[in-house]
Design a protein around this ligand. Structure first.
Ligand code: M6R
Length: 612
């Protein structure tokens, strides 16, 4: 949560920082601010802060542009202190201003000490103590880097910090612990940011900072040191995302663009991982050789939100295709108890951002207990892959819409590959079986394109149903995670109450909710659960629910029982989730757009949840 950007170079800093913040606004949009150092008068800071979205800051900067070639910026998701200009970053104390992403857990204690020394605080934020600690050290004669060293020694919690000092003309200092921070290496200019899209227009050469590290950025380079102050040398990574991937490309919202990018996200995630004759799956970097694959007793998948729904699909494939015991767990629950995991368990941590705090903590806990950790993540070298033994990256490109779509299907692709890999290594799948499944998987992107095109008219249905305040989504087996995902999409972007339910549980409670005002979205592909699902559809139809059926092919009986039937086309039953999820995403999108909500940045949400 929160996005930070820092720039030092030969150009005007303010427009570059604002552009970076625009690309990070998905991380938080309660307030925004910028601090730019100008050379005037031996060094001064211009700080501009606004409550609300970045557009307000842009307008304020346009009216009075701060001039200078180094500075820091911030877009906020409020934790300590309500959204307001007063609580916006960067706080400035004396000659220094600082931006922060994370939570400083001991801020009250430090604040009391500083207040005891006569310091006064202007905000309710935890971050302001960092500004005071920097000012305290600078006032005592420390350099900016030494001031940051002293400050972070007194801070407990998570932080990505970037500081600019009025009197230190040539450099910025940043520090990181448990919140993401990427350095961008330009040509005669340096950047730091919470996420890659912020720096992509300027450079694709990055260094992700590690826990406890601190870096000095000048026009000509970076100097990194570890928590003990020892210099660290770090290889520069090249990112193959293009800046265009982070633009809307003619779509009204990022979410709609990302829905349409899903076939490509799956294609890219499968690319190079299935051998030409389709009888082998290679997962480079996953560190799962045949012996390891055979020695596993169980796979535990941990994740949050949409990634958890992908993990639930993964569980079904691991059981059904690989014949390995598997369980999907909410990361927050897994880490909150005493889970029994050990050396024969593979713990798969599924996370788009690779930074979600609960998923990261669950992976670390499992690792401490001896389990092998595999990260399924979209962001290279993010915290979860770094905490894992191996990584299986999804190649969805940057996902900007807060509601996850293309990363979800890319996670499905990665987990399906994992199931096929384990299934073949463990002898559950023979060459013929594997070839049939891999061939079907390779056809999925094409089927997805057709399904998206076929369901573009779902907009009309969305308008017809947009006023219904309560929705029920039902599915069984492999369609149950899809029902959960459909309901989550609807609630997070349209603010409509929606419940996803295992259809077999309907008679155990939720059926009491059904009446003619409740749309029931039933995910009913023609698989082994079809007859049972049809029973559920009959039951809700009998109670006058407005049935929206999502199925693979036309079915006269389903047509009679439903207000609308959304067909997605056929694939092997095992892989129907890749298709059935598509109309549910489109339906949620069109309802939200019709209602006029902020589709890409829904209220109260943030793209990356790095606080508990
Ligand atoms: O980055 P992660 O995949 O770990 O994020 C997990 C959830 O926060 C995320 O999926 C969230 O539920 C999305 N807003 C769903 O659209």
């Amino acid at each position: 949560m929160c996005g930070i950007v820092a720039y030092v170079g030969p150009k005007e800093a303010a427009p570059l920082i604002l552009e970076g913040l625009r690309r990070l606004e998905y991380r938080g949009y309660d307030s925004a601010g910028i601090a730019v150092r100008s050379d005037a008068g031996g060094g001064t800071l211009a700080v501009v802060r606004c409550e609300g979205k970045l557009a307000r800051l842009e307008e304020a900067v346009r009216r009075a542009p701060p001039s200078g070639t180094r500075g820091v910026g911030h877009t906020r998701w409020a934790t300590h202190g309500r959204p307001s200009e007063r609580n916006a970053h960067p706080p400035q104390v004396g000659r220094v201003a600082v931006v922060h992403n994370g939570i400083i857990e001991n801020h009250l204690e430090v604040r009391r000490r500083l207040e005891g020394q006569g310091r006064t605080f202007a905000s309710e934020t935890d971050t302001e103590i960092a500004a005071h600690l920097l000012d305290e050290a600078l006032a005592a004669g420390a350099s900016l880097v030494e001031a940051m060293r002293r400050a972070v020694r007194q801070i407990e919690g998570s932080y990505a910090l970037a500081a600019v000092d009025a009197r230190t003309g040539d450099r910025l200092v940043v520090a990181k612990n448990a919140s993401p921070l990427i350095l961008g290496i330009g040509d005669g200019e340096m950047f730091a940011a919470s996420d890659i899209p912020a720096i992509l227009p300027y450079t694709n050469r990055v260094i992700p900072l590690e826990e406890g590290e601190l870096a000095e950025l000048t026009r000509d380079g970076v100097r990194i040191e570890d928590a003990a102050g020892r210099p660290v040398s770090r290889a520069v990574r090249r990112i193959d995302w293009s800046p265009l991937q982070a633009e809307k490309g003619g779509f009204k919202h990022f979410m709609l663009k990302e829905i349409h990018e899903q076939p490509r996200a799956v294609e890219d995630t499968l690319r190079g991982r299935i051998v030409a004759d389709r009888t082998g799956v290679f997962l480079e970097g996953a560190e799962l050789d045949d012996e390891t694959a055979r020695s596993l007793h169980r796979v535990v998948l941990v994740a949050c939100g949409t990634s958890f729904h992908a993990a639930m699909s993964g569980q079904r494939w691991l059981e059904g295709l690989a014949g390995v015991p598997a369980v999907a767990e909410l990361a927050s629950e897994f880490r909150g108890r005493e889970p029994i995991v050990g050396e024969h368990d593979l713990v798969v941590a599924v996370s788009q951002s690779g930074e979600t705090i609960d998923t990261l903590a669950a992976a670390k806990l499992a690792r401490e207990r001896g389990a092998r950790i595999l990260a399924v993540a979209n962001v290279l070298d993010s915290a979860i892959p770094r905490a894992a033994h191996g990584s299986l990256y999804t190649h969805a490109g940057p996902e900007i819409g807060v509601a996850s779509t293309k990363c979800f299907v890319a996670q499905l692709a990665a987990l399906a590959l994992l199931a096929l890999r384990l299934g073949s290594a463990r002898g559950r799948l023979d060459a013929g079986g594997l070839a049939e499944l891999t061939a079907a998987l390779l056809r999925i992107p094409g089927r997805m394109r057709e399904a998206i095109a076929r369901n573009s008219g779902v907009e009309t249905l969305g308008r017809a149903l947009a006023s219904a305040p309560n929705w029920l989504y039902l599915g069984r087996g492999r369609s149950y995670p899809i029902a959960l995902e459909g309901a989550l999409k609807l609630k997070e972007i349209s603010y409509i109450h929606a419940e996803g339910y295992a259809a077999g549980e309907m008679k155990h409670g939720p059926i009491a909710l059904i009446d003619r005002n409740v749309p029931v979205v039933a995910v009913v592909p023609h698989d082994e659960q079809f007859e049972k699902m049809m029973g559920n559809v009959h039951e809700v139809h009998a109670r006058e629910a407005r049935v929206v059926a999502v199925t693979d092919r036309e079915d006269p009986e389903l047509r009679t029982l439903s207000e609308e039937v959304l067909t997605v086309g056929e694939t092997l039953p095992a892989f129907s989730p890749f298709l059935t999820v598509l109309p549910l995403q489109l339906l949620a999108y069109h309802i939200a757009d019709f209602k006029g909500t902020d589709v890409d940045q829904p209220r109260n949400l943030a793209k990356t949840v790095t606080v508990e």
